[in-house]
Design a protein around this ligand. Structure first.
Ligand code: GDG
Length: 484
């Protein structure tokens, strides 16, 4: 854990699409394994607080779980709200629009109404929260809840409010296509601070504000609204708990899994992909590049395996079902083309999530990790890979799309690729195999050091500091103008 102190003494209320708990097969509830929850645990341990999230259809969510010092506020949603707010506006309108229109965003007024209605429900739940005497700090997460800051502000005028966007913020020309662009920006601008992964997304947001909100001006990192209130913006790349992944990488269970995998893939160059099955992740383009690689290099075919772990995602949405069909068709085609009788298939496709020790074993096994999204806010898989490789003294190569947030952090230590250039990507796959061992090892070491320095605890600390600073400037004693 990087050296970061907790920058707030207030109770923390996280408002996110999902709750931070999950249920085991035996029915017991525990904190979820995701990065956001891991990062928040130590902070919440110290200051206490609450977490508001959609219950995901689960019943019997407890008020609290062991090991997580926050009251849980599960929100049930109706079937119509799940369709309109979640699958509709969040995942068929905002998701493609914010990922550079890789698919065409669908504009539906009834989804927008549902989005407003559900954001209001989150805000009303926030208004009910009682966490001791001091005004809590509200931290709202991600694109599902962009209206919530304004709605919460109306109910909690004194509280610091912050928002963090986990996906890219698009350039103003693309954002302008949304009929409700002004409403979304007004929703966000009620925050004291709005955080993004990269300076580019931050800049896109500020430029959209100055185009769309009459009288709003950009002053350095701040936005000055017509009424004089200032909103901070900041670029804080999310990360992982590097210590946890370093330990996991050499855990006895991981070592056992790794020994099995090494036996199974003996004598082969292993290429790996780990993604939610999402059209932003560039899985189709990656498969096409692999096909070209094998086509050009007959001698490689017997010494090659590509493992794609594809975690099922949003399969209620047509675009995702279509993607699954096309990926599986492509896998079948490549295997049909290059498998020899009695030989192994070149593409091993797993349509499921796997347990963490097995995931860490794959990260250690891989000679080339293919992180090739067409667009990705950050991409934590890249950070997990270099951390596990380094802990296991590996020399795996990271092939990394320049359209990920992570590319900015790793610079030339990753092999940068443009996934739209499929043929170019297939040549870079060869380059990855040609790098000297010492060079590969040095690259892994440098990338892993960067993840350690900028781990997820640093991200939380930086974000909370920005929110506290923004709120301090809004109060009468602060330097800024008093706000709403
Ligand atoms: C969004 C943004 C941003 C994957 N397969 C398995 C598994 N995973 C875990 C990985 C990683 C996480 O899922 C995926 O995180 P990513 O960052 O790669 O991608 P998104 O889900 O699209 O996340 C993204 C992120 O939010 C955070 O702000 O980086 O840009 O799109 O942690 O380890 N975990 C297990 N088994 C699997 O098979 N256990």
């Amino acid at each position: 854990m990087a050296d970061a102190t907790v920058p707030t003494r207030r109770p923390l209320v996280v408002v996110a699409n999902r709750l931070p708990v999950s249920q085991d097969d035996d029915g017991t509830w525990q904190p979820s394994a995701g990065g956001l929850v891991t990062a928040m645990r130590p902070v919440i341990e110290e200051v206490g607080g609450a977490w508001i999230g959609w219950d995901g259809g689960a019943t019997g969510v407890p008020d609290r779980v062991e090991g997580f010092n926050a009251d849980l506020h599960p929100l049930p949603l109706s079937r119509a709200q799940i369709q309109g707010f979640y699958y509709g506006f969040s995942n068929r309108t905002l998701w493609p629009l914010f990922h550079d229109l890789i698919r065409t965003p669908v504009i539906e007024r009834r989804w927008w109404r549902s989005y407003q209605e559900v954001n209001r429900r989150f805000a009303e739940e926030a208004a009910r929260i009682e966490v001791g005497g001091e005004a809590p700090l509200f931290w709202i997460q991600d694109y599902h809840l962009m209206l919530a800051p304004e709605m919460i502000r109306a109910l909690h005028p004194a509280s610091p409010i912050g928002f963090f966007l986990h996906i890219p913020f698009p350039p103003p020309e693309l954002f302008a296509r949304l009929p409700w662009r002004k409403e979304l920006l007004r929703g966000l601008l009620a925050s004291d601070a709005v955080g993004f992964h990269t300076a580019r997304y931050c800049d896109n947001f500020r430029r959209s504000v100055s185009r769309v909100i009459p009288g709003a001006e950009v002053d350095g990192d701040e936005i000055v609204l017509p009424e004089g209130r200032r909103v901070r913006t900041g670029a804080h790349p999310i990360s992982i708990d590097a210590g946890e992944f370093s330990e996991l990488a050499v855990d006895p269970e991981t070592e056992r899994e790794l020994a099995d995998l090494r036996e199974q893939f003996a004598g082969r160059h292993v290429f790996l992909g780990v993604d939610r099955l999402d059209y932003t992740k560039g899985i189709r383009h990656r498969l096409e590049a692999i096909e070209l690689l094998l086509e050009r290099n007959p001698a490689l075919r017997e010494r090659f395996a590509f493992v794609q772990i594809a975690v099922p995602s949003r399969d209620d949405v047509k675009e995702y079902r279509d993607l699954r069909t096309s990926v599986e068709t492509e896998v079948g085609r490549i295997n049909g083309r290059f498998t020899e009788p009695g030989g192994d298939v070149p593409v091993h496709y797993l349509y499921r999530g796997i347990p963490k020790p097995q995931l860490a074993a794959y990260y250690r096994l891989a000679d080339v990790m293919c992180v090739t999204p067409l667009k990705d806010g950050m991409n934590l898989v890249a950070k997990e890979f270099v951390t596990c490789q380094d802990a296991g003294e590996g020399a795996g190569v990271l092939l990394l799309s320049e359209f990920t947030g992570a590319a900015l952090e790793f610079g030339a230590d990753a092999v940068a690729c443009n996934p739209f250039d499929v043929e170019g990507m297939s040549f870079l796959m060869e380059t990855c195999l040609e790098l000297e061992h010492a060079d590969r090892r040095d690259r892994v070491g440098r990338m892993s050091a960067r993840v350690r320095e900028n781990d997820v605890y640093r991200w939380v600390a930086d974000e909370l500091s920005l929110i506290e600073e923004g709120a301090a400037a809004r109060t009468p004693e602060g330097s800024g103008t008093r706000g709403t």
